[in-house]
Design a binder for this molecule. Structure first.
Ligand SMILES: [Zn+2]
Length: 300
């Protein structure tokens, strides 16, 4: 009897070790939407502004409540015309730091300094509030952070919130994704997550997420895994067809050898306009994205 029990315990341990599925915790879209609004309440989080500083403190404090370890990676960010300089900070939160098997989840938390796509020329020098372009990805990741603490998955997770994504000029790709470029340049060689998922523009009420072209080209197995998870959950807003190619925060990571995909709904009428406000986003959309990511994390 005793031997049998030991054997069954050993079998159980072996199964657990092989990564058998866990039920993912429940993602709360309303909680995520409240986090989206909270960020917007600070105002446009443009580097160098008080809103940016306040939001940074809020994000660090919130993540400290959930992660093993939270750090910031600060750098000087130069952008705009006339040229200005400001401190920028990537915010890094580690969950189950001791685990070697890791997954990277990321989003950008800054806002564009100019609404240069606004239909009204008088608005084009105003900053973007970034409800969808900025706050939505962060909102999903903060809600996930809460759940990672409540019910840790088998693998370790690192959440990185990039700064300085969105102050570039469209003639020069590399003037975008500055925080991610800085992160990729300074990342330690031992940091080798199995895969990465970037969330950008994931809050649109009218959600339709096609497969981003660079992700397909350079990290297809991760794309397949994520869209299969959505399909399994019956989330039809993840459309298994190729969409735009977007130079986003995943590119510097892909170049560094990290298979990171971009979950992005780039068909957003209010992109880089002053109308990118919380009323254009919904709790339901955030929840669909959050549930899909959790499905991938907890049922690998
Ligand atoms: Zn943007």
């Amino acid at each position: 009897m005793k031997i049998l029990m030991i054997i069954s315990a050993a079998v159980f341990m072996a199964l657990a070790g092989s990564g058998c599925a866990q039920d993912p915790p429940l993602f709360d879209g309303e909680k995520a939407y409240a986090i989206l609004k909270k960020q917007c309440d600070f105002g446009p989080r443009v580097p160098g502004t008080l809103a940016h500083q306040k939001c940074r403190d809020y994000l660090v404090t919130a993540l400290r409540g959930y992660a093993d370890q939270v750090s910031t990676q600060d750098f000087l960010h130069t952008f705009g015309t006339p040229v200005q300089s400001a401190r920028a900070s990537n915010i890094i939160a580690n969950f189950q730091s001791a685990k070697g098997d890791r997954v990277l989840l990321c989003a950008h938390w800054d806002c564009r300094h100019i609404a240069d796509e606004d239909p009204d020329v008088n608005n084009r020098n105003k900053p973007v509030l970034g409800a969808n372009d900025g706050a939505s990805g962060v909102a999903v990741l903060l809600e996930i952070a809460r759940l990672l603490k409540a019910q840790p998955p088998r693998q370790g997770v690192d959440i990185v919130l990039f700064d300085a994504e969105d102050q570039g000029n469209h003639q020069d790709n590399r003037s975008f994704a500055k925080g991610s470029q800085f992160f990729a340049r300074h990342v330690v060689p031992t940091f080798n997550p199995r895969y990465g998922i970037l969330l950008d523009l994931v809050g649109d009420k009218d959600l339709a997420i096609y497969q981003e072209a660079y992700s397909l080209q350079m990290a297809r197995p991760v794309v397949d895994k994520v869209w299969a998870a959505a399909q399994k959950l019956g989330i039809s807003e993840f459309i298994p067809q190729q969409g735009y190619a977007v130079f986003d925060d995943h590119i510097p990571l892909l170049e560094r050898g990290i298979p990171c995909i971009d979950i992005i709904d780039f068909d957003y009428k209010y992109w880089h306009t002053v109308s990118d406000t919380p009323d254009k986003c919904s709790a339901a959309s955030l929840e669909k994205v959050g549930r899909t990511v959790l499905e991938v994390l907890y049922r690998p």
